[in-house]
Design a protein around this ligand. Structure first.
Ligand code: SAH
Length: 248
């Protein structure tokens, strides 16, 4: 089973050049992809975007414009973030071909996938990358590793098409124990942080890298909805006990 274009969205986070948005739409359409999401685009819609989209103005016109990343990720089970440079804390990183294999695998289990692209000037923030189960890096010149945004979209779109399925993908019925949606995982992280503060494990004035490391741990394990519910139940129980002790 290959990549299913219908359950794959390309999300451009705060693109500043309308030309890149148009070129990204064109890159996607050439590879049979159409689900483009734009988070807070500067200067959009614009004539320049339409011109650069060339014959792909249908993809552009159908693009979903969102004001927050959360909105763009609604309904997604897996999020992957492209990055031109290594960051200070290692994160599971895939090359484009491994990325498409991962997408196909996730979709085989019924999942919906988002691939994030960052700002032209500064890429994705660390916080945004931490929302991703995987980072995707296009191997490139270590001394000049940053591709143009639409060029990066083209390479990933090509890899997705290469891994595309010729068969019609089956309409998997989502089961109760499927991978949690990213918003559920995000709420779990918020709850975890709150509980760790409550039990005096995390000092909000000196948080260090704790939440980051815990996020990395949990995104590696691909939590199921049932597991998120158990973990949150444990947190609630711990919080209840601390409250009882403090009230005594
Ligand atoms: N100066 C930024 C680069 C932004 S390039 C930085 O250092 O992060 C704009 C976007 O194109 C990136 O956020 C990423 O989504 C994509 N991109 C560019 N080069 C890439 C590469 N080598 N691998 C993966 N994505 C890349």
């Amino acid at each position: 089973m290959g990549v299913d274009a219908r359950r794959l969205r390309f999300v451009l986070v705060e693109p500043s050049h309308p030309g890149n948005i148009g070129a990204a739409a064109r890159a996607m359409k050439t590879m049979g992809l159409s689900r483009l999401y734009l988070v807070n685009p500067d200067n959009y819609p614009s004539a320049e975007a339409t011109a650069r989209a060339s014959g792909a103005d249908d993809v552009l016109a159908a693009a979903t414009v969102c004001s927050t990343l959360d909105e763009a990720l609604a309904g997604c089970n897996m999020v992957l973030g492209t990055s031109a440079r290594p960051r200070n804390l290692e994160w599971p990183t895939l090359a484009p071909r491994e990325c498409s294999a991962q997408v196909a695998q996730e979709q085989g289990g019924g999942g919906e996938v988002a691939l994030l692209f960052g700002r032209e000037r500064s890429g994705l923030t660390n916080a945004e990358l931490e929302r991703c189960q995987f980072r995707v890096h296009i191997p490139s010149n270590p001394d000049y590793s940053s591709l143009n945004l639409a060029a990066a979209v083209q390479i990933l779109a090509y890899e997705m098409a290469l891994a595309g399925s010729v068969q019609t993908p089956s309409d998997d019925v989502r089961q109760d124990d499927s991978h949690a949606e990213q918003i559920e995982v995000e709420r779990f992280f918020e709850h975890l942080q709150e509980a760790l503060i409550d039990i005096d494990f995390l000092d909000p004035d000196n948080p260090r890298q704790l939440m980051r490391r815990l996020r990395r741990l949990f995104v590696r394990t691909r939590l199921l909805t049932t597991e998120v519910n158990i973990l949150r139940g444990i947190l609630t129980a711990a919080q209840r006990q601390v409250k009882l002790v403090r009230e005594r």
